[in-house]
Structure formats: C-alpha cells, structure tokens
Design a protein around this ligand. Structure first.
Ligand SMILES: [Zn+2]
Length: 246
C-alpha cells in the first residue's frame, strides 16, 4: 500500500527467496526527542548518508537520543545490519546541520538522514550495506526520491564534513539504482568544474572542499590539483542529474 505520509517503519519486501532484500532487517523503534515538524511542509527529496564516527552503535544510539546532544537521524544501521528507527520519516530529524544541496538550505526539512555505525576509518561490512540497500529502496519508494537525491553528508556540507568518506561504496549503490555514478565516456568535453559542481548540487562557497568531497565519493584516492578527469566526470553528472530535478 502506498501512503502519502508514511508512518514509521519498514515496508515488508515482497521479494522472492533469492533477493537480497528479504534478508533486510525490521527496524527497532528507539524514539529520539531531537526532532520536530518539517518546515514549510517540505517533503523529503533527499536521503543523506552519514557515518557515526563513534566506537559502537550503542554509543551512537545514546547520543542520537540524548536531548543535550541536539542531534538525531531517522535511522541508524549497526555493523551487523541491525536497524533502529529514531524519528518518523515525515518528521524533521537533526542530522544535516548547516549546508545546502542544489542551492537550497535547511536540508533537515528536505531529507531523511541515515547513520551508519562506523568509526570513519573502517570498511562498511556486507550485512550493513545490505540493510542500507533494503532501507534505501523502501524510503525512495515511499517518498518518490530519485537516485540523484541520495547524497553524503560531505556533499551538502563539504567544508565541515567528510562522511560517509572514501571507504563508502557509492558505485555499488548506483548499480542498484540507489544513487548515481558518472560515465567518463558520456561527457562531451570537460566543462568548468565549479559550474558543473553547482549544477549537480554542491554548495559553491569553497572550491577545494568540493573537489575533496567529489573525489571521496567518485574518485577515491585521487590526489593533486583539479584534473581533466575530475572535470569530465562531474560534467557528466551535472548534465544527467542536475539538482533542480531532486
Ligand atoms: Zn554526518
């Protein structure tokens, strides 16, 4: 059943026995006080992925539910794929902070936040990725969020944030239609990096931090000054997925 304003919880997948999503976990409800109404009746158009940068999911859960921390997220996924829901999807969780995507700020009002339990330096384990993929499919389905609407915290706040970082496998999500990935051959010429960055959605204040965020996500390990490869890949993303469509 499709609902306009979905209640908390995860859609039961109607999948066959060999689909990965039947292994998807059911969310445990652990309500956080750190939330409120979405401003201006905004609907979520983005999903923002984070890592917790903490030693354990339990510690992250405590922090995300502590009124003194003034932070939260809609979901937290543990390393073994355990899934907690802290804020109902139609409410505004406090995960994004200052930043913007596609020229629009108050990302909290326009997004659903998903925290992945990870110290920031570890790989993301397979069960956690499977749980994330199942969750993303459900959220995107419920809210009609497009693959280009699935972004990282570093994408919308590149001067402040690095998560989910260069170890996160964005290409894997893109292969499943759960995010986007550039095609080098698709781009004609190179274009201007800053213009492409703005068109794809990045904030424009700080070119160096945008280059870092772009590379962490699409060219992990790339170093040195902005190159033709950077310009070509970002031009392709900007042409196919301009943020105004989100
Ligand atoms: Zn974050």
């Amino acid at each position: 059943m499709e609902m306009d304003t979905p209640a908390a919880g995860i859609r039961v997948p109607s999948a066959g026995p060999f689909r990965a999503d039947v292994r998807g976990p059911v969310a445990q409800w652990r309500p956080s006080p750190n939330q409120g109404p979405r401003r201006g009746n905004a609907r979520p158009r983005l999903i923002v992925l984070h890592y917790t940068a903490m030693e354990s999911a339990g510690a992250a859960l405590d922090r995300l539910c502590d009124p003194r921390s003034e932070v939260s997220a809609h979901y937290l996924i543990g390393a073994s794929g355990q899934l907690w829901q802290l804020v109902a999807e139609d409410r505004r969780a406090w995960h994004a902070g200052a930043g913007s995507w596609g020229g629009a700020d108050d990302v909290n009002s326009r997004s659903i936040g998903v925290e992945l339990a990870n110290t920031g330096t570890h790989p993301f384990p397979e069960p956690q990725m499977i749980a994330l993929e199942t969750l993303l499919g459900g959220i995107m389905d419920r809210w009609k969020i497009r693959p280009e609407g699935v972004i990282g915290h570093a994408d919308m706040a590149p001067t402040r944030k690095a998560d989910p970082g260069p170890r996160f496998d964005w290409q894997r999500l893109a292969r499943q239609g759960l995010s986007v990935w550039p095609e080098a051959a698709a781009a004609e010429g190179q274009g201007d990096f800053a213009a492409s960055a703005a068109r794809f959605g990045y904030p424009t204040e700080d070119a160096a931090s945008v280059l870092r965020a772009f590379r962490d996500r699409f060219r992990p390990g790339a170093k040195g000054p902005e190159s033709a490869a950077d310009r070509r890949l970002l031009a392709d993303l900007a042409a196919r997925y301009p943020a105004g469509h989100c």
